[in-house]
Design a protein around this ligand. Structure first.
Ligand SMILES: *Cc1c(COP(=O)(O)O)cnc(C)c1O
Length: 440
């Protein structure tokens, strides 16, 4: 059973059997991931039942969107799941960067200082903050920024953080996922330690967590360990692959209300904002999100093991515990990055027939190649990969709406490297023997 259908999709027997050997060693990891998904599935279900989600909630409003039952109920469901006082979940929040910018700009005032105690934030936030000068940035409004980098071993620089907290420090931003950096992703419990330390120095500081790619990877969220706000994108984990747009901010009532007044207008706040036709997908996507995230996680663990045993540096490694769904693989040459991305593209349900090419993307200092054949454009909870064409020639891989698809995508990426003779069939066979003998 099994190989025939893979063969018909262009996978060689060596690659297939190597994949099976790796999976045989991952049973325990996978059952841990399933246990987390089970817990989170019930957590979401509980939130939906508690707030009596009804068929009427799935319909949308138009125009001003006053008394939008489905929108208001969904926000309560999010608040239940994240254990927060309130939440803002809207199709008018256009992406993750927008959600983060909204949370920052609405909770900071001129003269305040923003602190990142975990190093440089995600690329797109540089212009929001004004680290790179930009129209409309926080810097233009007189909000200053301080940053404390992680220590070389990845730990928090507690002394540096203590020194940089001052009378003007109003909000601390903590990015959970490593994003496209090499530092480790933070576990929820490490985030909790950091928040406790900061609150001891300054109890009234607002602690915000950029939760992108982290939702449902663990059974607790940063809001369970002291975060005043968690913020993310609905075209990543919590949208479950179904949300066609959107972002969320869950947290303290005061913080969420500030964000609502900035998203709509002072005086209007959460009262307006038609949900249009988005609610059905928001609810169903949130319901599926725990298992979709689990599928992505299995794909990431599988990819780490497949490429690690072939000798490529991978972050996180094949055994590390996971706190987000991103997997980095370093190929050391442009051809490797390109072949990998071509394989991911060829595995897609949409646009599998197109060939991705490196291009000069705005905002990047090198060419970037991206592979994505997604139902929702740009969705990175769907199987996707991208890599800048510059040393060390690493690709960042994430997503997969199902584990089965993520598995096929990884095998297809390896097949692409084999077909281009960047990896030999003998190396694949050798790696399979090594895995079988190792009893990992
Ligand atoms: C994706 C991401 C963002 C930005 O989200 P967009 O939807 O791409 O704007 C911010 N922070 C992290 C850690 C992310 O992964």
């Amino acid at each position: 059973m099994g190989y025939d259908i893979y063969e018909s999709l262009g996978i060689s027997r060596e690659v297939y059997e190597y994949g099976e050997a790796v999976i045989a060693r991952l049973r325990e990891r996978f059952s841990e991931i399933d246990a987390t998904a089970e817990y989170n599935q019930l957590k979401v279900l509980k939130g939906m039942q508690e707030h009596q989600v009804s068929e009427a909630c799935l319909l949308g409003t138009t125009g001003y969107g006053y008394n939008d039952l489905g929108r208001d109920t969904l926000e309560q469901v999010y608040a239940s799941v994240f254990h927060t006082e309130d939440a803002l979940v809207r199709p008018q929040i256009t992406c993750g960067t927008h959600a983060l910018a909204l949370a920052l700009m609405s909770n900071l005032r001129p003269g305040d200082e923003l602190l990142s105690p975990v190093g440089k934030p995600y690329d797109t936030l540089e212009e929001v903050i004004g680290i790179r000068p930009s129209r409309g940035s926080l810097a233009e409004y007189g909000v200053t920024y301080a940053q404390v980098d992680l220590l070389p071993d990845g730990s928090f620089d507690y002394e540096g953080i203590r020194r940089s907290i001052n009378a003007r420090t109003r909000l601390v931003t903590i990015q959970r996922s490593k994003g496209y950096q090499t530092r480790p992703t933070l576990s929820v419990s490490r985030i909790g330690e950091l928040i406790a330390f900061i609150k001891e120095i300054k109890p009234d500081v607002i602690c915000m967590v950029d939760n992108c790619y982290g939702e449902f990877v663990e059974t607790i969220e940063p809001s369970d360990v002291g975060a005043d706000m968690v913020v993310g994108s609905l075209i990543k984990n919590p949208g479950g692959g179904l949300a066609p747009i959107g972002g969320y901010i869950a947290g303290k009532k005061e913080c969420v209300e500030n964000a609502a007044c900035r998203l709509t207008s002072p005086g209007l706040g959460k009262e307006v904002g038609a949900s249009l036709g988005a609610l059905g997908a928001f609810y169903q996507g949130f319901f599926l999100a725990p298992t979709v995230t689990a599928g992505s996680l299995k794909g990431a663990v599988f990819a780490a093991n497949i490429y690690e045993h072939l000798g490529y540096p991978v972050v996180p490694d094949g055994r590390e515990s996971r706190h987000d769904i991103i997997q980095a693989v370093t190929f050391g040459c442009p051809e490797g990055v390109i072949a990998f991305c071509e394989g991911i593209q060829a595995a897609a349900p949409v646009d599998s027939h197109v060939t991705p090419e490196p291009w000069d993307m705005p905002g990047y200092d090198a060419q970037v190649i991206m592979a994505a054949g997604a139902f929702v454009s740009g969705s990175s909870i769907e199987l996707s990969a991208d890599g800048p064409i510059k040393p060390p020639y690493a690709v960042y891989f994430q997503g997969g709406l199902t584990w089965q698809h993520a598995k096929f995508g990884i095998l297809r990426s390896l097949q692409s490297l084999v077909d281009k003779r960047l990896v030999t069939a003998e190396a694949v066979t050798k790696a399979r023997e090594k895995v079988k003998d190792s009893g990992l």
